[in-house]
Structures are given as C-alpha cells and as structure tokens.
Design a protein around this ligand. Sequence first.
Ligand code: ATP
Ligand code: MG
Ligand code: FE
Length: 343
Amino acid sequence: TVVMGIETSCDETGVGFVKDGVLLGDALASSIDEHVRFGGVVPEIAARAHVQAMVPTMRAALEDAGLAWHEVGAVAVTAGPGLATALHVGVAAAKATALALGVPLYGVHHLAGHAAADTLVHGPLPDRSIVLIVSGGHTSLLAVDDLVRTPIVHLSDTLDDAAGEAFDKVARLLGLPYPGGPSIDRIAREGDPTAVRFTRPLMTPRDPALGFSFSGLKSAVARYVAGPQDPGVSVADVAASFQECVADTVVTKAIRACRQEGVDTLVIVGGVAANSRVRSLAEERCAEAGIELRVPPMRLCTDNGAMIAAIGDLLVRDGARPSVPELGARSSVPLELAQLSAS
Ligand code: ATP
Ligand code: MG
Ligand code: FE
C-alpha cells in the first residue's frame, strides 16, 4: 500500500509518500518568510498559507514520487498536537483526499511522526529504544518498544521551555534572525563554546535525573547580554556557549536514560536534532558509552510530510483500524499512541 502523509501542524506544508518503509518521494512548502517580521509563527497566516500550498504541494510530491493518484492506498495526517488553525487545514485536506480516492484515513500524532522519520533511513526500530524528541514545542525522553503497538512511556519532559523554543528565544536576545535554531547553529561555528560557562540546568544530584528545563538558561543568557559586556566575547561566542550547554544537557540525559533502562539504542529526532553540535556530541558520547546512535538526516528532523507517511505506513502494515471520518484536530494531546481517534 502506498501511504500519503500530510503535515500542517505549524508553518510547514508537507506531503510525502511511503510504501513498506521506503520513502518514494515528498515535497515541502513553508510560510516561514511570512512570519519573520513577527518574530514567530502567526497561526492565521500559517493556516492561510497551508490552504494555498496544499494542492501544489500534493502535486509536487506525487511528481517527486513518480506516482498517480490511483496508486495511493491510504492517507495519514497529523491530527495533533500543533496550531489548531493549521492542523485543521491538513485534516480537511486528508479527509477530502481519502473520501475522493475511497481509501482509509489515519489520524496520527505529530511526535510519533518525528520518531518514525528515522525508520525511513535506518530501518525498523529495535525491540527497545530510547527516543529523545527535541523540537520547537517538546523536549521528551521516551522508552519505545514498538511505535504503533505498545503505549509509549514518557521518562521525562521539559518543566518549562522546549529546547527549540530556547534556541528561538536566545536567538532573539542575541539579535539573530528568526528561526533561531538554524541562526545559532550557523554563527556558533565561528564561536568559542567555552567562552561563557552557562550552568547546566537540572544537573545537581537533587534534581530529577532525566528532567529538562530551559527557561533558566534563557534567563542566564538574557542576564549575560544585559550585563557588562566582556569585549573579548563575541555574539558568536555566546551563541556557541549556549548551544554547547543545550547539547551537553540533552545528550547527557539521553545517555542516562539508556543506562537507566538498560537500552543500547538512542534515537534523536525533532527540529533540534538538526543541530550540528547536538549531532556531533551525541556521536562522541554514544561511541564512548557503546550505544548505537540513530539520527535522521537533517531534512527529516524538522517538520515534513514523509515522517507522517512513515508512521501511517507502520500503522497500515500493523493492520490498524482507520480513524473515524469525523476525525478532528487536537491542538494539545499527549503522546501515548501513534494513532489519534481510531474508530
Ligand atoms: P513540535 O514538533 O514540538 O510540535 P515544531 O514542529 O515547531 O514543534 P520542529 O519543526 O520539529 O518543531 O522543529 C522546529 C524547531 O527546531 C525550532 O525551534 C527551530 O529553531 C529548531 N531548529 C531547527 N534547526 C535547528 C538547528 N540547526 N539547531 C537548533 N535548533 C534547530
Ligand atoms: Mg517549522
Ligand atoms: Fe515538529
């Protein structure tokens, strides 16, 4: 079965096609340029852009995959979490497509999609793995046995800001262009990561061993920027120091989770998994710890349609029942099962 995946939870309109774990093709449109002057994604603008981009992106993805409409056998769509206005566009498009083609519809959890992205390049997940999701809205450590069969166990989440949110806020403090993650990643290459020693959050023995918190780090950067400036420290140095702190924190806790659960595979997904320092530090530390590291290529880390097709394909092959036709969008929903609103 060829599964079409549709993603519209934020500012990316993504469409992808997957069959039996193989990515056949995909396409992506982004309204990011329309949000830059507001310094963040404006939900109404994102929704209108999804409406405008949906059909052209579907056509581009079909062409990329070399497919015709009649070859599509199922439709999967991000039904949550995300921006409600944006999600509704994808869900409406998915329902219309499934109805027109006479094929089943699957509402899926956005974060399960992020995790499934890795299977497109590295194959099925092993029996047990630790999945670190580091994205714009989430920072979570998950114990995963099977992405579609067994409930996903949350080992920890962030107590406040998500890692990607911290990148975006700190970039703004440093006067770097939105979106912040890629800006910081770029400028940090010319900076000294040891220039400013930001305290690693939640690292004392009294703290929750796997917990995350990034709002204090953001405040620390704000205080540093507002305080007397050391002329020897550049914006690139501050960016590199902040990035080092985040990378050190998330990689340390992820490896701790592997040890605690006795698991030897770590999967890192989500937009911040595109960060070059997160990737290189995870490689170093996992090699030392004897942990197999799986990180998808950068373009599959940030939001895309291929990852939604990937989780849809896993559901279809597992024999999951389609979602009800009244499937709705849910802006906030915890990740327990990959599928939302099954019949
Ligand atoms: P969620 O998946 O939690 O709903 P989202 O879909 O908005 O949130 P993603 O698309 O997964 O998030 O990731 C976007 C986030 O990733 C943004 O915060 C962005 O700044 C960050 N990001 C993207 N590239 C990089 C990078 N190279 N370095 C650090 N952060 C990055
Ligand atoms: Mg985005
Ligand atoms: Fe995302």
